[in-house]
Design a protein around this ligand. Structure first.
Ligand code: AMP
Length: 483
């Protein structure tokens, strides 16, 4: 596909193009440029793409196009026309959010369905029209068992992150779902990796599929200078303030795991004389827009964000990213550091890692296939006095959910979705999209290891004391994104 590909040239319906423009997207990503025409053409698709490539819009946009341009056959409440199966509740929430975002000018309805929450609101939502159902397999089977959902009208099936679904032991659940779908349908399978198991699933599911493949997003990790400090959680705030001053960082995006943590950290930095703002889902749109604008024009040096908030604001090309806490989902680390070092620019990502987070670090290093340089904290840093060490940071939450032992193993919940936020149903055009109130912990069941990591003698990759380029913020129209 050539670089000239535009959304308009992909022949998407006008209301979808309008929603894309609202989202601030100007050009289709490679997976979108390749997948959208294939899906619009109507055949099955096998797509190799991981999260971060824009794959969600890659299937959501043409699905919305199909559903809005073809009349529904025998529409009935609780009888979706499109089923999107995903491995985790938060991916379910994100995908449905995308459906709402891109479908906001269409009279289509969507619903997200996952386990670990009261099923009654889902029963209620299924009593209305649902065009697009985004579901995790286990809870979907519960509904099928209770006959509260009718899959006989499914025209398009998507298996998103199919490799993770298999990793999580969902293959039998998936097969049970497939058994009740109508034979005539379009199938789209997205997977980051292609194991023999995935190929077997694809062979059984797809008919003469077209295949598309895009480079792994992980390549950004190669241009970003990555390092870490081992530091107790309670020292992190002081250390960060020290690093910002000592290295004269002028523009830093800092990631925290929780909204509360983001607020506390911004307050602490301000107390230390560093201009800072927090941005997360609890802030009003006005506050978020203001914080972003100040960060962009340099009047605020530090923007503290949660993963979900940062995903919504599309900050790019930053000189310095700091992981105040490591994300418990390794792919989120790649998303975070992808904010820097893009488009040929070099960037730096520093992680502050407490003993509790060492297992997260190992998972990240496994994913990015490289080790993150352990750097000694500079001698100039004086940790806070003992009395100041009462940290009100919540420690990293115990691992659960994604990457848990497979079904059937000890301690493995069959459906792997404990503690989900309530299901959201409703019109694609209805306001704030579904999302968990806190990013749920998706990672594996390993206990957080506490053994010390080897410390490298490498010098601290401090930023040179020179003015930094301003962040490129390309979400042109705040208010159109979900977080
Ligand atoms: P995904 O791989 O679907 O998780 O998408 C990763 C991120 O890319 C999301 O934050 C999307 O909002 C964003 N995104 C998707 N398509 C585009 C595009 N064409 N231009 C800019 N950002 C995009």
């Amino acid at each position: 596909m050539t670089v000239e590909t535009t959304f308009a040239s992909l022949a998407l319906a006008e209301p979808i193009l309008r929603a894309i423009a609202d989202a601030g997207y100007t050009t289709p990503t490679p997976i979108q440029a390749q997948a959208i025409p294939q899906v619009i053409a109507g055949g099955d698709l096998l797509a190799a793409a991981q999260t971060g490539t824009g794959k969600t819009a890659g299937f959501t946009l043409p699905i919305l196009h199909h559903l809005s341009t073809r009349a529904a056959q025998a529409p009935k409440p609780g009888r979706p026309r499109c089923l999107i199966l995903v491995p985790t509740r938060e991916l379910a929430a994100q995908v449905e959010e995308s459906v709402k975002t891109y479908g906001k000018y269409l009279p289509l309805t969507s619903m997200v369905m996952f386990g670990g929450v009261n099923i009654n609101p889902q029963f209620k939502a299924l009593k209305s029209r649902v065009d697009i159902l985004v579901a995790t397999p286990g809870r979907l089977l519960d509904h099928l068992g209770q006959k509260t959902v009718d899959l006989s009208g499914v025209e398009i099936l998507v298996l998103d992150e199919a490799d993770r679904m298999l990793d999580m032991g969902f293959i039998r659940d998936i097969k049970k779902v497939l058994a009740v779908l109508p034979k005539q349908r379009q199938n789209l399978l997205f997977s980051a990796t292609f194991s023999d198991e995935i190929r077997a699933l694809a062979n059984g599911l797809l008919h003469n599929p077209k295949s598309v493949e895009v480079a792994r997003r992980n390549t950004t990790v190669e241009v970003v200078e990555q390092s870490m400090h081992r530091v107790p959680q309670a020292h992190k705030r002081d250390l960060l303030a020290h690093l910002i001053k000592h290295n004269d960082w002028q523009q830093v995006l800092v990631f925290t795991r929780t909204k509360h943590g983001a607020n506390k950290l911004a307050e602490k930095l301000i107390k230390d004389g560093i201009t800072a703002a927090a941005i997360h889902g609890n802030k009003s749109q006005g506050a978020r827009t203001k914080a972003l604008a100040s960060f962009k024009d340099g009047s605020v040096r530090v923007l503290v964000a949660t993963d979900i908030a940062a995903r919504g604001i599309d900050i790019d090309q930053l000189p310095q990213v700091v992981n105040f806490e490591l994300p418990n989902v390794p792919e989120d680390y790649v998303h975070r550091i992808g904010r820097t070092g893009r488009a040929g620019a070099t960037g730096a990502a520093l992680s502050l890692v407490d003993d509790e987070e060492m297992s997260y670090l190992r998972d990240i290093e496994k994913l990015i296939k490289r080790s993150i340089v352990r750097v000694e904290i500079e001698p100039g840093f004086v940790p806070p006095a003992r009395a100041d060490l009462v940290s009100d940071e919540r420690p990293p939450r115990p691992p659960q959910g994604r990457g848990q032992p497979r079904a059937g193993q000890a301690g493995a919940p069959r459906k792997g979705q404990a503690g989900s936020p309530p299901a959201q149903g409703g019109a694609a055009r209805s306001g704030e999209p579904a999302r968990p109130s806190q990013a749920p912990n998706r990672r594996g069941g390993k206990p957080a290891a506490a053994q010390p990591a080897p410390r490298a003698a490498a010098p601290h990759p401090a930023q040179p004391r020179k003015p930094r380029p301003q962040a490129a913020l390309f979400s042109a129209k705040p208010g159109t994104r979900g977080h």
